[in-house]
Design a protein around this ligand. Structure first.
Ligand SMILES: [Zn+2]
Length: 284
């Protein structure tokens, strides 16, 4: 969930990273939890989410990882729902998955796992760090509608008191900025706006093009027919001011660009030295 990112930053000292109890494994997840039932439920849910979300984002299931992701689950209704996932990039590969999640079981299954697994799917697909706004925007967009409505409301409250980040700035962050609450909420909202325009696969294609070309305005024009970051910002601000009305998603043929096979090839982007060293990525 949206707040999870900053909640987990604020409360990181309280996030339990290991717990005694039972384990349950599926091909891609090895879950440790306080009971066999919870471990089994979380592992099977994670496996289903991995399959279903990959189809939603990329049009097909993702091959099994070489080693399963270890998940530490702490189910406790008194804890704020939250999670974090870490993994390594090296030579175009991603591995060393570790995830910690906590909170009431319903929210762990319905919000936290979809969010964290979306981070993992994006890492597996792009094989390099995804720009933070797009990574968090995508991850929050798969949370339940009620959670996303809360994010929209919170963003509108903030924007009554201060200005939004410019999209030039928002798109440029490779790590979480200091102003993380606005960053997270705006990232969610912009991603939601774009995904409601032409769907999840167009969003992936847009991010893919921007990462390859280091040119967000060019990618916007290609995938959404929007002339510039400033034009997107103006349209988006009108939409937010209008209380984020649902946008009818047109037929995929109406999109300015369709996702092509190039989007699933290994990256060749302007991240000097990235493929030459091991890089730890942590997503909240
Ligand atoms: Zn996240």
């Amino acid at each position: 969930m949206f707040c999870r990112s900053f909640i987990s930053l604020l409360c990181i000292a309280f996030l339990v990273t290991s717990s005694p109890g039972a384990t349950f494994s599926t091909p891609n997840f090895a879950v440790r939890a306080s009971s066999p039932e919870i471990a089994k439920t979380c592992a099977e849910t994670a496996e289903k989410l991995r399959r279903d979300l990959a189809v939603d984002w990329f049009g097909k299931p993702m091959p099994n990882w070489s080693k399963p992701c270890r998940i530490s689950v702490v189910v406790d209704s008194s804890l704020l729902p939250g999670g974090s996932t870490s993994f390594f990039f090296e030579d175009g590969e991603v591995f060393g998955w570790q995830m910690s999640v906590q909170g009431p079981l319903e929210q762990v299954l319905g919000s936290v796992l979809p969010h964290e697994i979306t981070h993992m799917l994006f890492a597996s697909h792009f094989r390099c760090p995804v720009p933070r706004w797009a990574d968090e925007g995508a991850a929050t967009s798969v949370e339940p509608p009620a959670e996303q409505t809360k994010y929209q409301e919170q963003l509108r409250k903030i924007l009554k008191k201060r200005e939004a980040m410019t999209f030039d700035k928002l798109f440029s962050y490779e790590e979480y900025p200091g102003d993380i609450i606005l960053f997270m909420m705006q990232s969610h909202s912009v991603a939601d706006y774009l995904i409601q325009s032409y769907g999840k696969r167009s969003f992936v294609g847009f991010v893919d093009t921007a990462m390859k070309t280091d040119n967000w305005p060019g990618a916007l024009l290609e995938h959404y027919g929007i002339q510039s970051n400033a034009k997107l910002q103006a349209d988006w601000e009108d939409w937010v001011e209008d209380a984020c009305p649902s946008r009818d998603m047109p037929d995929s043929e109406a999109a300015p660009s369709v996702l092509s096979d190039r989007s699933v090839r290994p990256r060749n982007i302007k991240r000097v030295g990235l493929k030459l060293r091991r890089l730890l990525r942590k997503s909240d």
